[in-house]
Design a protein. Structure first.
Lengths: 363, 370
């Protein structure tokens, strides 16, 4: 970073500037000039859009200088405005990890998104994102990463779009001239739906130390099994293994590896379908206090109180927003409007929200 | 049945009130389903305008001849920040946008009153118990006598003076509101009961006064005094404007107050009913409405406090039509008329009641005004 950049960042982060921009903070002023100027928040501009398959798109993101980089395999929370409302979801990074020291100012990275039928955000990003779009980011997070000291052997198992973080790892290994052996087993429905198909073949052909097996399950390819694993890597239990994909695949892998600390997994949950609004079903979990009970059909505030919790509340009729809490999972129905919402990590008024099926609230 | 008596007082049957409530609920539902890009673009545009005007105002203090312009810009910036942005954002009107910068839990305004304390007394106490004597502390703010059912005491002879003082010191009044000093004086509350508020207040006072009265004046070097004077003036202008608009919202003649007994076990229709009769609008142009934070549509705001305020003018005609169909007075008028009415009330209630105190029903009260 240049001296002037360092200096201006230092000034913008100073207590004096904080005092001058109180109570809003300096980012609130910078963003009106240029959305890519920030000293605390992280944002990114989409600078590239590449369609991988019919419903999978890779977006190249150019982050603000506040981005602290990532390790291969990590994910990022990405917020995008759709019809006025910011929707935030988690996406794995698919590009190679760059060393921050050498790549100053060139820390662009990619995420690869599959448009799910029910996925408001994934559909928006996969089909409608264009260069110039500004998105909101968290810092990279997650422990699904390559070990600092790379072992001689690595095993990677992925299914569908679960290939994304593994691709980041594979690209990183190749770019850094990793000379150990990598066995990569990927499951996909068909050749057309295989993300990164050409690049995978290219890597496998160009690198003697990378063994690639891609199975197309809709074209007669056998589903994952221990036998398959043994054929590829008889000593799999002794190899550091990374698996990412749908829950079903991951559970199978976990069963084979038992509690081995050789295995690291990451999986994507599919959203639960909203249940019949007239039945009180499922369980309600108040995650912070770790209290759980069967859904009684009452409002979340009443159910929390019945469990001995004392969340803040005011009007108890949806007016004052004192009770607003974060729903982390599940579907709720607003008793005033009747509207149902299944968005993850959504702020809701618990005094007028009843759970529809399983529901978790950060209380 | 005690509820029946209440209904008689309101002049509507149970069923009529339910119908009234259902019609308003339908408007609410429709508005919520329409929320989207337009509302987001609007509030972001206002925020951008406010920040730009603020920066311009601060910068103009470096140009001595532009002092009046600098003060005007900073005043407008503070008014927009407190009213169209702060008040409305803190009501949760834009929480659906998922933008931390426009979230009711996170927004802090350019005002000495800490936002969390204001949200309690305003969003909860005032908006839930609107115009219920003994519950809504916004009736007279614990300082003034604004209703004949507030028992007269010689202290209230100073009503007009207190009102003037509150007008100029409004942001401080709003901050001190949460201490409930009048209840401390009355021995109903102790100073220790307010301890949890002190830290937040002091921190906010420090930030606000340091910024406006030390740091920005100091940054203009030799122009320290004019800048300080300009910042003081801008805060005063905002105080006077906010006081005027807010007092026109609930205190013009004809606005009804309610007793705690009247409002026990209210239905949704009854609650809406009280919100309409307890509020008053101000007529004016588009810019005027924006500068009031659309609180010139106090009636619509009290019906739907969590719906983006830019929607109030859009539904005002419909709300008025519904109110008139159910025989409810829809109290509205130009700023001068509403302010005059408030001023007369402040002066009238300084003196003891001429007749023996008789509490008219809300409906009768309304008819006097009409």
């Amino acid at each position: 970073m240049s001296l002037t950049q360092n200096l201006s960042r230092g000034i913008l982060r100073s207590p004096a500037v904080a005092a001058l921009t109180s109570p809003h903070g300096v980012d609130r002023y910078l963003e009106i000039v240029n959305p890519m100027w920030a000293v605390n928040e992280v944002r990114a501009r989409v600078v590239g859009v590449h369609q991988e398959t019919g419903d999978v798109t890779t977006l190249t993101l150019h982050p603000t200088s506040t981005w602290r980089g990532f390790r291969a395999g990590q994910k990022v929370l990405l917020g995008v405005e759709i019809d006025g409302a910011r929707r935030t979801r988690c996406f794995s990074i698919s590009s190679a990890q760059t060393s921050t020291a050498e790549n100053e100012g060139r820390d662009d990275f990619t995420i690869t998104v599959r448009a799910h039928d029910e996925g408001l955000v994934s559909k928006h990003l996969a089909h409608r994102a264009e260069p110039g779009l500004v998105v909101h980011l968290s810092q990279a997070e997650g422990e699904f990463t390559l070990p600092a000291n790379l072992p001689d052997r690595l095993l990677m198992i992925s299914g569908g779009s679960g290939i994304t973080p593994l691709m980041s790892m594979l690209r990183t290994l190749v770019e850094n001239g990793y000379d150990g052996r990598v066995t990569f087993l990927h499951y996909s429905q068909s050749p057309e739906q295989t993300i990164f198909a050409d690049e995978l073949v290219e890597i496998a052909e160009g690198q003697d130390n990378i063994d690639l097996a891609v199975v197309h399950t809709r074209h007669g390819g056998a589903r994952f099994s221990e036998e398959r694993l043994k054929t590829l890597a008889p000593d799999y239990a002794a190899i550091d293994t990374f698996a990412c994909g749908p829950v079903g695949l991951i559970e199978q892998v976990q069963e084979i590896y038992k509690d081995s600390n050789r295995l690291k997994v990451e999986y994507f949950k599919t959203s639960t379908i909203s249940a019949d609004p007239n039945d009180a079903t499922g369980n309600v979990l108040f995650a912070t206090s770790q209290k759980q009970a069967e859904n009684t059909g009452g409002t979340l505030l009443e159910q929390a109180e019945a469990l001995g919790l004392a969340p803040a509340f005011g009007c108890r009729m949806g007016i004052c927003f004192t009770c607003t809490s974060r729903k982390t999972e599940g579907t709720i129905r607003n008793v005033v409007t009747g509207a149902e919402s299944s968005l993850p990590d959504e702020d809701i008024q618990i005094c007028v929200s009843t759970p529809v099926g399983d529901c978790a609230v950060a209380l | 049945m005690s509820e029946q008596t209440t209904l008689n007082k309101m002049g509507l049957t149970d069923k009529q009130l339910d119908g009234f409530g259902a019609e308003l609920d339908a408007i609410r539902q429709r508005l919520i389903s329409e929320l989207g890009d337009e509302d987001a673009t609007y509030i972001r545009g206002i925020v951008k305008a406010q920040r730009t005007i603020e920066i311009a105002g601060r910068a103009l203090f470096y140009v001595p001849p532009a002092w009046p312009l600098a003060v005007a810009a900073l005043s407008v910036s503070k008014i927009l920040d407190n009213m169209e942005i702060g008040h409305n954002v803190m009501h949760g009107q834009y929480d659906w946008m998922g933008d931390p910068g426009l979230n009711s839990k996170m927004y802090e305004w350019d005002n000495v009153c800490p936002s969390d304390q204001w949200k309690y007394s305003h969003n909860y106490i005032h908006h839930t118990f609107t115009n219920i004597l003994g519950k809504d502390r916004d009736i007279g703010y614990g300082v003034l006598r604004m209703d004949e059912d507030q028992k007269w005491r010689p202290y209230y002879l100073g009503n007009p003076v207190y009102a003037l003082a509150l007008m100029f010191m409004f942001e401080w009044g709003v901050m001190l509101h949460d201490l409930e000093l009048e209840r401390i004086t009355a021995g109903e509350r102790t100073w220790a009961d307010t301890k949890h508020l002190h830290k937040g207040m002091l921190r906010k006072i420090r930030n606000q006064t340091f910024k406006d009265y030390v740091l920005f004046p100091a940054l203009t070097g030799p122009l320290f005094v004019p800048t300080l004077a300009g910042n003081v003036t801008a805060n005063l202008v905002r105080n006077v404007w906010a006081f005027g608009i807010i007092f026109c919202g609930h205190f013009p003649a004809g606005v009804a107050t309610f007793s705690e007994e009247e409002t026990e076990n209210e239905s949704r229709g009854q609650w809406y009913f009280r919100q309409v009769l307890g509020s008053a609008n101000i007529t004016g142009g588009k810019l005027f409405h924006t500068m009031t934070g659309n609180l010139s549509h106090q009636i619509e705001h009290h019906l739907f406090p969590d719906i983006p305020a830019r929607r109030y003018p859009q539904i005002a005609g419909e709300v008025r039509e519904i109110c008139e169909r159910y025989g409810l007075e829809y109290n509205t008028g130009p700023l001068a008329k509403q302010l005059g009415s408030v001023a007369r009330k402040i002066c009238r209630f300084a003196l003891p009641d001429r007749k023996k105190s008789h509490r008219p029903s809300p409906v009768a009260d309304v008819k006097v005004a009409a």
